[in-house]
Design a protein around this ligand. Structure first.
Ligand SMILES: [Zn+2]
Length: 281
């Protein structure tokens, strides 16, 4: 069985509510892909998940307190929702409580949105609440969010002090750090509850000053993060192109080439996401 630790569901309404979205510049293909109802999304996702043996998928919201996203998440027990948050806002904890009441199970922080710095002191009450209530946080650092990505706030090092201050807080770095792989590896030093995930096309690789392949990245992640802290993901949005099966196949192929034991492959493909969610001890 598989858990996809990072995917998206976006409707036209959600897109409008996205901070930084510039509707005028939306390519036609993207605009068309947003014209699907919540139930169409549910159907397409369940079809793909059944076909590919994916038990659960974690969906990262792109809009805050969004009814369409919540109704999607609540349309199947196999969908896990992560709320989009700005942790530095004075009402962040209250907003998070509302998100949890709407069915969310974790938080997604877009560190590269330029709206906030994940390490800011203003965010600490939020992290304290997440730690106490075992709410996992996935953070998008790095380059892959597109031309609007703000690398100034997008460096994983910003979360370093948060991890020392809140040692039980579960944090996952999305997309292998999307260019900040070196920083992600440093950040893992003596940090038990830090995870890394593989989602996306990994198109940040050519922007590195070295010649690491995706296989090297997987191997190094397993060495440094440990076999129980690396998670599989695809960053799929199901419309218009369907589930990102090529990414699933590519990463499964790499895990085979790494000669991992079956139980180790299972950790990456399945168990670790459950650990991250607090469902597997
Ligand atoms: Zn994503």
């Amino acid at each position: 069985m598989i858990i996809d630790a990072h995917a998206h569901m976006i409707t036209a309404g959600m897109f409008k509510g996205m901070a930084g979205a510039r509707p005028r510049n939306v390519p036609q293909k993207m605009a068309d892909s947003l014209q699907h109802s919540v139930s169409e999304n549910t159907g397409a996702w369940l079809e793909a998940m059944d076909r590919l043996n994916i038990e659960k998928t974690i969906f990262m919201s792109t809009a805050s307190l969004n009814d369409e996203f919540a109704s999607f998440i609540n349309s199947s027990e196999r969908f896990v929702g992560f709320a989009r948050m700005n942790p530095t806002l004075p009402d962040a904890v209250d907003t998070l409580k509302k998100e949890m009441a709407m069915g969310m199970k974790g938080v997604k922080l877009y560190a590269t949105s330029g709206e906030f710095n994940v390490g800011a002191r203003e965010a600490w009450p939020f992290y304290e609440y997440c730690e106490k209530n075992e709410i996992p946080i996935t953070i998008h650092f790095g380059v892959t969010i597109g031309p609007t990505a703000d690398l100034y706030t997008g460096n994983p090092i910003h979360v370093s002090r948060v991890l020392s201050e809140f040692p039980e807080l579960k944090v996952a770095i999305a997309h292998f750090g999307a260019g900040f792989f070196r920083e992600a590896l440093m950040l893992k030093y003596k940090r038990e509850n830090l995870y890394i995930e593989s989602s996306g096309t990994n198109n940040w690789l050519p922007h590195q000053d070295n010649f690491l392949t995706l296989k090297d990245i997987f191997r190094k992640s397993v060495d440094v993060f440990g076999i129980q802290h690396v998670m599989f993901g695809t960053d799929t949005r199901i419309f218009p192109d369907g589930y990102r099966e090529h990414i699933l196949k590519q990463q499964q192929e790499i895990l085979k080439e790494l000669n991992l034991r079956e139980s180790e492959t299972e950790d990456i493909m399945y168990n670790n996401a459950n650990r991250f969610l607090g469902l597997h001890k």
